[in-house]
Ligand binder design. Structure first.
Ligand SMILES: [Zn+2]
Length: 528
């Protein structure tokens, strides 16, 4: 037995359990063809997944993941029954011959059992077996943190996405089964109905989901400024239909706002859906989970509709390769809420919204987690601090045309791709023609905020402001707005070295930084 690096995740484990000389192949997932029968009454599932793949590195052993809570009945390649071994959540399948680089193949895993039940969906995820107010079974599934292999045999990684997914969902006749993409077939049987759903765009593993409930469906359409029409599809509990028909109108306002900022909705072929769920919400691609009781917040919008749909651009179209870089999903999406407020209610209201976010910033840990560990974030800085990092960047750039073109181009450049922080950083630097590396080094990789240190001295009747940035990043330089006259803000170019500028007022207590646009600590120090 040799210790090999397992290509599916970035951690080490034992492979080659079937054959001492086995060589684990590396592969790119092309498609999943899933069949899933859901038994709400006894909280069980039964199904199969056909994994279509292309070989990246030759081998005669194939690895995937599946929760050890679920049994595997058999694994077939064509009519051949393949041998496999399980090691906790890892499964190794033995082929009799080496599959060469570039070869395309597929295998089908037949499985079932009692899947993990979510402790606190969507954060601590798994299956949610619930009942609606009429006593009907109501089933949801959210697995962002814990991974799709809790219910599906799959590669279960953030850096590879199937280009297509077909999901046949078999549910009792009294219920409706809803999944990602478009409904392409409904087959009614004696006791069950099978709904076949299809996506035609790359989809991240945790974005694949199922919903089962006594749903009613209604449709709408969004006519885009891009001269295209997006199909809107809503699945809600029957007794909420009237409320939903009114409340979900804001989806169109959201789409219009986000398309204007980030470019066209990334999944026109697959449509846009909101599906009522027994948990708060989740950004399931083209099948957004909605469980916010049709309530608007104090700013007049439904947080779940706006936030989870914002993820269609940041998380679903642009996906982080590693969970450690999850700020790419949450920071841009949380910032998108503020942009939504700006578009719909105006800039002053957006600043108020941002100030509410700012109060929640903790600075307890860096924004980037530990790579290759399925990092778990313990605070909400990837949301609120992330939003403020982007808001601060906009204020530093001080050119809204450039800023908004950059956001749009970011979406075009990384459309339907998996990316790293480094890629995003370098794109933003190039597009804005600013060296943003020190800025991102400070704000993403150190937990502390930089401090603008200052003192004011009177020299020959003139007041001088002495200022510098205290930062672990010696090259950090930021244009920051401060009171250069009483109640008048303008830019100083702060560096880690001391700089001096004339001030037209004497009272140092009048000195402030523009805290509505910059996330920087400020500290008055002794003159030096
Ligand atoms: Zn989110």
């Amino acid at each position: 037995m040799t210790l090999k690096r397992f290509v599916l995740g970035s951690f080490f484990l034992f492979a080659g359990l079937l054959n001492l000389n086995a060589k684990l192949l590396e592969y790119d997932v092309l498609a999943y063809r899933i069949y899933l029968k859901v038994f709400p009454e006894n909280k069980q599932i039964n199904g199969s997944n056909t994994i279509e793949f292309a070989v990246l590195k030759p081998g005669d052993e194939f690895g995937f993941k599946l929760s050890s809570l679920l049994r595997i009945d058999k694994i077939m390649m064509g009519d051949r029954n393949l041998n496999f071994v399980r090691n906790n959540h890892q499964v190794f399948v033995s082929f009799s011959a080496i599959l060469e680089k570039g070869a395309k193949s597929q295998l089908t895993i037949y499985y079932g059992g009692t899947p993990l039940v979510a402790k606190n969906a969507p954060w601590d995820g798994g299956f949610v077996w619930s009942k609606d107010n009429l006593g009907n079974p109501w089933v949801g599934l959210a697995c962002e943190g814990i991974g799709a292999s809790t219910w599906l045999p799959c590669k279960d990684t953030w850096d590879d996405e199937p280009e297509q997914v077909t999901l046949k969902l078999e549910v009792p006749n009294s219920l409706v089964g809803v999944s990602n993409g478009r409904l392409v077939q409904t087959e009614k049987g004696y006791t069950t109905t099978t709904y076949t759903w299809e996506t035609k765009n790359p989809i991240n593993h945790y974005g694949i989901t199922i919903n089962v409930g006594a749903y009613v469906n209604f449709k709408d359409a969004f006519v885009s400024d891009y001269n295209d029409t997006l199909d809107l599809d809503y699945y809600v509990l029957s007794y909420n239909e009237n409320m939903a028909r009114t409340h979900f109108q804001q989806s169109k306002r959201m789409l219009q706002a986000f398309e204007s900022y980030f470019g066209k909705y990334p999944f026109y072929e697959d449509g846009y859906k909101l599906v009522e769920t027994p948990y708060w919400g989740m950004e399931h691609q083209s099948c957004v989970a909605y469980g916010n009781n049709y309530e608007n917040n104090q700013f007049g919008f439904d947080f779940i509709i706006i936030h989870e749909s914002g993820h269609e651009w940041f998380a679903n179209s642009i996906t982080a390769k590693d969970k450690a870089d999850m700020w790419i999903h949450e920071s841009f999406t949380t910032y998108s809420e503020a942009l939504y407020v700006e578009k719909v209610f105006g800039n002053p209201r957006a600043i108020q919204y941002l100030m509410v976010q700012k109060e929640k910033i903790k600075n307890d840990a860096p924004m980037i987690g530990v790579y290759g560990t399925n990092h778990k974030f313990n605070d909400n800085d990837i949301y609120y601090k992330g939003s403020w990092i982007l808001h601060t960047l906009r204020s530093m750039i001080d050119n809204d045309t450039l800023w908004f073109n950059t956001l749009k181009d970011l979406n075009t450049h990384f459309y339907h791709q998996t990316v790293s922080t480094k890629q995003v950083e370098s794109f933003l630097s190039k597009r804005t023609r600013m060296n943003l590396s020190p800025f991102f080094e400070q704000y993403l990789r150190h937990k502390e905020l930089p401090v603008l240190e200052y003192f004011i001295i009177n020299k020959d009747g003139l007041n001088e402001l002495h200022y510098r940035l205290k930062s672990k990043v010696s090259t950090l330089e930021m244009p920051i707005k401060v009171t250069l006259a009483k109640e008048y803000y303008d830019y100083v170019y702060a560096h880690t070295k001391w700089r001096v500028i004339d001030l037209p007022y004497e009272d140092a207590s009048n000195f402030k930084i523009d805290g509505q646009h910059f996330l920087v600590n400020v500290e008055r120090v002794e003159p030096r």
